[in-house]
Design a protein around this ligand. Structure first.
Ligand code: ZN
Length: 271
């Protein structure tokens, strides 16, 4: 599943090239997770002002309204001067005078939704409950500590919920908790201020590094330039059940936590 770093890397791969392009056509394929919400022809003639990211949504700002794009479980975007004929898993072609942005999504959990503005009900239905962005300077350590004090759930579940801080998916939550020395099952409200500070720094570090490396969470992830050259994150715990901890040699353990596999080192990570 594309996580925040993959979505950010995708954004960077085409945002500059598509900025100020004019939309010539929008072709939608098979139904995605949500409908577009307007006739595809209604965006023809609009200009693309820029591409932002909010959580795992890409926001294509038009000179009137915006398109929200979500990659779902298996989606990828490719922006190229020309595209081959759409295949069975290509469900959106946004044709512009600078090139064609194509959504490839075999499992069709992705979505392309039009909204009149970011504050509109159409957009807020998708964006309204998202927590703060971890990478743009809005992620404040003191506010993070305050938010966690109110949560009785296990810290990993709180991170995955995305309403405190957005975009910390399964891989990055596991890695950040290892880096901070915190057991994933520890109740969020019980974390001391120094431990929260460590976790805050670890989240920023692990996500920033993943963006620098070009994302890591999908082996076959293709960015918008069509490259598959994504580095697998040198994971400390994720996917390493039974392998020796890189710090202390204790075998890494895993268990099912809220239907997601959680990985941790029983020695390095304290309750
Ligand atoms: Zn260890």
């Amino acid at each position: 599943m594309p996580e925040l770093p993959e979505v950010e890397v995708t954004r960077r791969s085409f945002a500059d090239r598509i900025a100020s392009a004019q939309i010539l056509a929008l072709h939608m394929g098979k139904p995605l997770r949500w409908p577009l919400g307007v006739a595809a022809s209604s965006v023809v003639g609009r200009h693309i002002v820029g591409v932002r990211r909010r959580g795992k949504y890409l926001l294509l700002d038009l000179d009137q309204g915006l398109l929200l794009v979500h990659l779902g479980m298996s989606g990828s975007l490719n922006f190229a001067a020309a595209q081959p004929e759409a295949g069975p898993h290509d469900h959106m072609d946004l044709v512009t005078d600078r090139g064609v942005l194509r959504l490839h999504d075999p499992r069709r959990f992705g979505a392309v939704v039009w909204a009149p503005s970011e504050d509109s009900p159409e957009a807020q239905k998708l964006l309204g409950r998202l927590g703060v962005e971890p990478l743009n300077g809005q992620f404040d350590g003191a506010a993070f500590a305050q938010a966690l004090k109110k949560r009785q759930a296990a810290i990993k579940k709180v991170l995955l919920a995305g309403d405190v801080v957005v975009g910390v998916g399964n891989i990055y939550a596991s890695e950040a908790l290892f880096m901070a020395g915190i057991r994933p099952t520890t109740r969020a409200s019980r974390l001391s201020r120094p431990r929260v500070a460590k976790l805050h720094a670890a989240i920023v570090q692990v996500l920033s590094r993943a963006v620098e490396q070009g994302g890591s969470s999908l082996k076959d992830f293709v960015n918008a330039e069509g490259r598959t050259g994504y580095f697998q994150l040198e994971a400390a715990v994720y996917g390493r059940t039974g392998a020796p901890c890189r710090v202390c040699d204790t075998p890494i353990r895993s268990f099912l936590q809220g239907q997601r596999t959680t990985f941790y080192c029983p020695t390095c990570q304290k309750p």
